[in-house]
Design a protein around this ligand. Structure first.
Ligand code: SAH
Length: 475
């Protein structure tokens, strides 16, 4: 983040979770009482009829001319010993056909009436596919491979089965029955979340059916619990998800609200739960920014009612992240906080350059310095004698606008113009770019880096490519 009082302000943005391309979209179709037309005969067809009846559909089955319908009568099932006709399809929710029932003609007739059609064993000619099913109704898991491999789907099913709680169906059924009552018995949203967290833990832990007593106990606990009102300040690292810590990942996976900087990459944001609310509260030099007061307000406003808030910051939240102001806002509102540090830009840049930040005998100190003060100009408070220390490594954050002035003043303060220096854009990301040069040539060299990416500068002997040239050894 940057001190940029001159940049225009903008409101926080909420963004939806994103997902990669889907071969098919799994939807869960309610068929209770709906009419479904099935055409053709065979084992595959019989199984589809079974599934449809299990889902509550009314099945009209056209078996073909001369076919002998089974003697048994089944509820909601009507067999016809003739071929289907176009007017049989009217009003059907779905149409399903086997090859012997004139697949293409059937598909065309169904589509003419805007009815989705499935042709058995013909994924390409079908509007929808049947998945492999794990049935723990009301929990239903569908596995689709887009027709790639039914055997793979079977194996996936048996592995998933092993992960499921013993009484999943019963506990999910109880969840459905209790949901409406819960609103009344536990009016506060955050306490209802407490209820559901413990309910889910129970579902996995118990080997027995849920009891009315479970509801009473869980609602009692939810109403009495001291709700944690806590914000996690999490370092997202420099970009690539490889640089997120395990603690950061855990924090993201429990968050219900994620307030993130612009610098946080999509790759990291995707690791948050899909249901989590993501709010962009970016600040970038010279671009519309969400004012710090507004960020503080949003953190408190979400944490107060008991949301699990993660404030996700680029790099390490401890470095140039205006963390003290956000902590102060939490303190003032009586909200706890925890810090999950991250890998900062300086470390990521050093790793990109393949150099350490310290070196025995020649780089005894590292200093993190900001190049951006009020209005984006160089801060007045820079200690030039420290910058001129040839035994120090200087990491200059937000260097762009005032880099020429910074190097000129560092040289004027006594640092050799020949001091090795490097600038790294988008360190730790796929777009990473870097230049290695001397202090004097740095402003011009750094100008060649892409304008849209964050840049950090490292100055000092460690950035020399071949330390051996100076007869130095890195311990
Ligand atoms: N807390 C962050 C720093 C925030 S200040 C951290 O620890 O990295 C924002 C500045 O950090 C940017 O202007 C840039 O100088 C630097 N920065 C952040 N991410 C960067 C990256 N991936 N590559 C290069 N510089 C980066």
């Amino acid at each position: 983040m940057i001190d940029a009082p001159n940049s225009p302000s903008r409101p926080a943005r909420e963004s939806a979770a994103s997902i990669g391309a889907l071969d098919t979209l799994p939807l869960f179709h309610r068929l209770d009482g709906r009419r479904v037309v099935v055409a053709g005969a065979g084992v595959g067809v019989a199984w589809k009829v079974e599934l449809l009846l299990a889902a509550g559909a009314r099945v009209e089955h056209f078996l073909g001319r001369g076919a002998i319908a089974r003697g048994e009568t089944r509820e909601r099932y009507a067999a016809h010993a003739r071929n289907w006709r176009a007017d049989d399809l009217a009003g059907a929710a779905l149409v399903i056909g086997a090859g012997d029932a004139g697949g293409e003609a059937l598909a065309a007739a169904a589509r003419a009436l805007s009815i989705p059609v499935n042709l058995i064993d013909q994924p390409e000619g079908s509007d929808f596919l049947f998945g492999t099913i794990v049935n723990r109704s009301p929990v239903v898991i569908g596995i689709g491979t887009g027709g790639a491999s039914p055997m793979l789907a079977q194996e996936l099913r048996s592995r998933i089965e092993r992960l499921l709680p013993a009484r999943l169906s019963q506990w999910a059924g109880a969840a459905r029955a209790w949901r409406a009552r819960l609103k009344h018995d536990v009016p506060e949203f955050a306490r209802r979340r407490h209820f559901w967290q413990h309910f889910v833990a129970r579902t996995f832990a118990e080997r027995r059916d849920p009891l009315e007593d479970d509801f009473a106990r869980l609602t009692g606990q939810a109403n009495e619990a001291a709700l944690p009102r806590k914000v996690l300040f999490v370092g997202a690292g420099p970009g690539s998800a490889d640089f997120l810590t395990l603690g950061g990942l855990r924090a993201l996976q429990q968050a219900s609200v994620v307030l993130h900087d612009d610098l946080v990459s999509d790759e990291v944001l995707e690791l948050a739960r899909r249901e989590a609310k993501r709010i962009g509260v970016g600040k970038r030099a010279g671009r519309p920014s969400v004012p710090q007061d507004e960020i503080n307000r949003l953190i408190v406003a979400h944490a107060k009612p008991g949301e699990a808030v993660v404030r996700l910051k680029g790099g390490d939240p401890l470095v140039f992240g205006r963390l003290e102001e956000e902590i102060e806002a939490c303190r003032a509102a009586g909200i706890d906080y925890e810090i999950v540090p991250g890998i900062g830009a300086a470390q990521a840049a050093a790793a990109a350059l393949g150099v350490p930040l310290t070196g025995r005998g020649h780089a005894r100190r590292v200093q993190f310095v900001t190049g951006s003060g009020k209005g984006g100009a160089l801060p007045d408070s820079i200690e030039w004698a420290a910058i001129a220390d040839r035994d120090a490594t200087t990491a200059l954050y937000m260097p762009r606008r005032a880099l020429a002035e910074f190097t000129a003043r560092a040289i004027a303060a006594g640092l050799s113009p020949a001091t090795p220096a490097a600038a790294v854009a988008a360190a730790g990301r796929a777009e990473q770019g870097l230049v290695r040069t001397s202090l004097a040539a740095l402003p011009e060299a750094a100008a060649a880096l892409p304008a849209d990416e964050p840049v950090i500068v490292l100055i000092g002997t460690v950035t020399r490519e071949a330390l051996a040239e100076q007869g130095l050894r890195v311990a």
